[in-house]
Design a protein around this ligand. Structure first.
Ligand code: GLN
Length: 551
């Protein structure tokens, strides 16, 4: 097993995740089987209880793990499927050690950060790195480990120490340390400043880790003298100093690293042969070119409540992008704050109300993504009504399926005040209800989570066609509420069909409206399994319908 450890310095948000996954792509292109681990030094057990406002989207894995959105990057870049244990947090490590202590595993010993926490981390990494993740049984050849935060943070110290020890455990020839840093530009001539990088490398070395590769984020390519200076001051050979400058799209990042010889550095360090032909890199290049050459626009109104922060909907954006490459148009996402569509806003903030409606009316398609809590619900219901009554393509994901159902109950079936019991416990018409098996007292990890099969119940419908005629789909879930089973018959007889249900035949999973160009919803989150070159079918359908293509 070869390990690539990616750390970051100077500041967060440098694109460490993209760098790490791009290195993974290079290793994969050389024929290695690659998996990955993300370390998040916070105390939460997982990202499930964290607000998308603060931390971005909660990514969901096949096994129901609720994890950091970077795991999504790895899945998409490397086309792998990870498990909850691929995301290590301080909370998980301490919980495991404390549990062992209570069991008496360390009887007689004082339990300490070193060695008990640091050993736990190393054992965890070694165990998880062995788990196949590319759909074929067989142990991976390489594991990319990304350490969240920046080196020097108090909370990441035990992880840095564990990784320092790890080089002796696995052998120096089996580990490569990559440090991602920032090279800012100052002054009228745009001088590239190396001092922040010098400092962060010094700090890393002080902690016992000598970087093998230094990746420098900068707006423009690194100048030759910058590279020479960094090599001299950072104790990294010049050929291992890599410029990670701005490129036209993220699919160019693996090629950018390749062109600077990163594959060569890795093959030398790890002692593997670079094959003469690497078709995977040609695919990436083709994808990057395609993305740069899209023509014409397609506008998708996305109605949510974290619209100011695109990280909150990262996988949804990716699924839309993947689909837009397939239909060959440039994607424009028109973000609409759902509360702005609400009737009440017309009185309190008429300008915002008018602007939101103008965006909605100008869109080629409407997307209502997943969400929790009552804020903005009425606006989402309005968006669903608008799309339904005006024959505008609509995709509702999770909450988006639920609001479409509520809207249908209210406005087609005449159930005044119909709602989800999540938003109105005393609604006269509970269109969406709490699922019986879900805990009301514990929030963490208690939803209906992860991949569950959904059989199609009709021979032919748009969604089934989009899924290639499959008899069932395996998609990932994250919800507590469901369409009220008692109302299904009534709703369906008025034309809103649930064409896919769970294996018990009770739980509504895929919704499709008859006689509409594309009015669909899924109780699951199809965005998590979307891939460049293999877009998520419901999203592809939305884009096709928005471009006037037949499904
Ligand atoms: N809040 C809704 C539920 O719990 C929808 C969840 C979601 O959109 N992920 O069922």
């Amino acid at each position: 097993m070869r390990y690539v450890v990616v750390t970051g310095g100077v500041l967060s948000g440098l694109g460490k995740g993209v760098t790490a996954s791009s290195i993974g792509v290079l290793l994969k292109s050389a024929g290695l089987r690659v998996t990955s681990i993300k370390i998040d030094p916070y105390l939460n057990i997982d990202a499930g209880t964290m607000s998308p406002f603060e931390h971005g989207e909660v990514f969901v894995l096949d096994d129901g793990g609720e994890v950091d959105l970077d795991l999504g990057n790895y899945e998409r870049f490397l086309d792998i499927a990870l498990m909850r244990d691929n995301n290590i947090t301080t909370g998980k490590v301490y919980a495991a050690v404390v549990e062992r202590e209570r069991r008496g595993d360390y009887l007689g010993k004082t339990v300490q950060v070193i060695p008990h926490i640091t050993n736990e981390i190393q054992e965890w990494i070694e165990k998880v790195a062995q788990v196949p993740s590319d759909g074929n049984n067989g142990v991976p050849d390489a594991c990319i480990i990304e350490l969240g935060g920046t080196v020097g943070d108090i909370e990441s110290a035990p992880f840095v120490e564990a990784l320092r020890q790890f080089q002796f455990r696995v052998g120096r020839e089996n580990i490569c340390f990559v440090h991602v840093s920032l090279v800012p530009v100052m002054g009228p001539v745009g001088e590239q400043k190396t001092k922040p990088t010098q400092h962060t490398v010094k700090e890393l070395r002080g902690l016992g880790i000598i970087p093998d590769i230094l990746v420098c984020r900068s707006a423009k390519p690194l100048q030759e003298e910058t590279r020479t200076k960094l090599a001299a001051f950072c104790h990294v050979p010049e050929e291992a100093i890599v410029s990670a400058h701005d490129v036209s799209n993220i699919y160019r990042v693996p090629m950018m690293l390749e062109e600077q010889g990163v594959s060569g550095v890795l093959s030398e360090l790890f002692g593997f042969e670079l094959p003469s032909k690497r078709p995977l890199l040609d695919d990436w290049k083709a994808m990057a070119d395609r993305v740069d050459n899209l023509e014409g626009e397609v506008h998708i109104a996305t109605v949510g409540k974290y619209t100011g922060l695109s990280d909150s909907y990262l996988s949804v954006i990716k699924a839309l992008q993947h689909s837009s490459y397939e239909v060959g148009r440039k994607l424009v996402i028109d973000w609409i704050e759902s509360a702005d569509l609400d009737d009440q806003t017309s009185a309190t903030d008429p300008e915002a109300y008018a602007a939101a409606w103008e965006l909605l009316r100008g869109a080629d398609g409407v997307l209502v993504p997943g969400g929790f809590g009552i804020r903005g619900i009425e606006g989402k219901i309005k968006a669903a009504e608008y799309a339904r009554t005006n024959n505008i393509p609509y995709l509702g994901v999770c909450l988006g399926l639920q609001v479409a159902t509520i809207e249908f109950c209210r406005n087609v079936l005449g159930m005044e005040g119909a709602n989800s019991t999540e938003f109105d416990a005393d609604t006269p018409h509970p269109a969406v209800v709490f699922m019986p098996e879900i805990s009301k007292t514990h929030m963490g990890g208690t939803m209906r989570l992860g991949t569950k099969p959904t059989p199609f119940l009709v021979d032919d419908c748009k969604m089934r066609r989009l899924y290639g005629g499959a008899d069932h789909v395996d998609e990932r879930h994250r919800h507590r509420y469901e369409v009220n089973p008692e109302l299904i018959e009534q709703i369906e007889s008025a034309g809103l069909k649930y064409v896919g249900k769970d294996e018990t035949g009770q739980r509504c999973e895929i919704m499709e409206l008859e006689g509409h160009p594309y009015y669909v919803g899924t109780q699951y989150h199809p965005e998590f399994k979307s891939r460049p070159g293999r877009p998520s079918p419901p999203f592809l359908g939305l884009l096709m319908a928005a471009c006037g293509q037949e499904i």
